[in-house]
Design a protein around this ligand. Sequence first.
Ligand code: SF4
Length: 421
Amino acid sequence: MEYKIFGCKTNKYFTDKWAESPILSWKEGVFISSCVVTDKAKSKWVRFAKQKLKTLKKGEKIYLSGCGSLKEGDIDGDFYTIYPELIEFRDQIELLPEDPEDVKQEIETITKTSLKERLQKAVITGTGLHTKKFIVIQTGCDNFCTFCLTVQARGRHKSRTSEDIITEIKEFVASGWKEVVLTGTNLGAWGATSSENIADSKFPELLREILEKTTLSRLRVSSLGVEFVDNELLELFKNPRISAYVHLSIQSGSDNILRSMNRHYNRTKLLQVLTSLYSLQREDGVLINIGADLIVGFPGETDADFQDTLELVWKYGITQLHAFPFSAHHDHYSVPAGKFPNQVDEKIKTERLNILLNEGERVKQGFLQANDGKYFHVLVEGKWIGWTENYIECTPENFELDPGFVFEKKSIAEGIYRYKK
Ligand code: SF4
């Protein structure tokens, strides 16, 4: 079975689960985890699927999951209405739910021994050094931002139990994993009854529980809603076992646009969070690195609104930009903002995106300069590529092993390296 992932860490997590699940072990073909974040993202996996459909052998199929085949977290019954260009291939396509556990009965029919064999085999066939694992702690959302399709695909907000999450982390740590990246559709809402009930979030408690009950070296938080960053969380980001890289789901720096997006925070809250993060002093002295999801060209975005977004990057040192031009989603499912007046011209969107990305690169070089000569605890992945605590990519060209550092037990998975810009 070939596995192809489009989109986010949540897709990566569930693809790993499908790859380890016995359900597909007897099947041949291509597993695709699809993404609908923009029209461009949709056309990418549809094109890939069509290419593969032309080369499938007898008995092989396309197994499709991810946001493209989901509605409310389950298989989308209108899939072929939404993707009519795939109707002619429907006999070669099998739509799968988000999580293999949603098809539990099929697992039980498979003999226990084969399951154990498969899991052992899955671990053994791991090539190179695997130090990082994505773990979904929450799926779905209740916020309905006006540009978002994910909420339609993944359904309503629900959290996994902390017992479940900690058991999974302990298993990984036991098999040598060093870093866990917590992920989800709106992960900051973990433990809340609704993702809109910000005060009800128990996310800081979960982080503390993971630090107390596991020996995990590094815990990283993937994209986090600004509304969930409070003093408790800021305090936790000082902890050396929590990654010094904080990625925020910001989207815009303008109050007008944030309101029009139906975001659950305003510019004042946003600037408070960025100011606190930018000046945060960690116990290990490592400089915090900040990343952000940003959208340019949202309907009604004026040049002044765009300047409000751009200012966030240079003023608060945002180095990692996941920036997209607003997508009105004309193809397949639509989003409320796709029908808003004052749609921004594609040319202007492209110009603004380039300005933003160039500024991000300039700020990143400044951040790397500020880290020049510093020592880092590097987790090595694959062949000599690794990451520092604050998400600086390490290569033999820009890192040298600390001569005083002695690897324990032949494990080269982590070491102390000096960064040279
Ligand atoms: S918070 Fe908004 S953008 Fe994020 S998943 Fe929910 S609706 Fe979508």
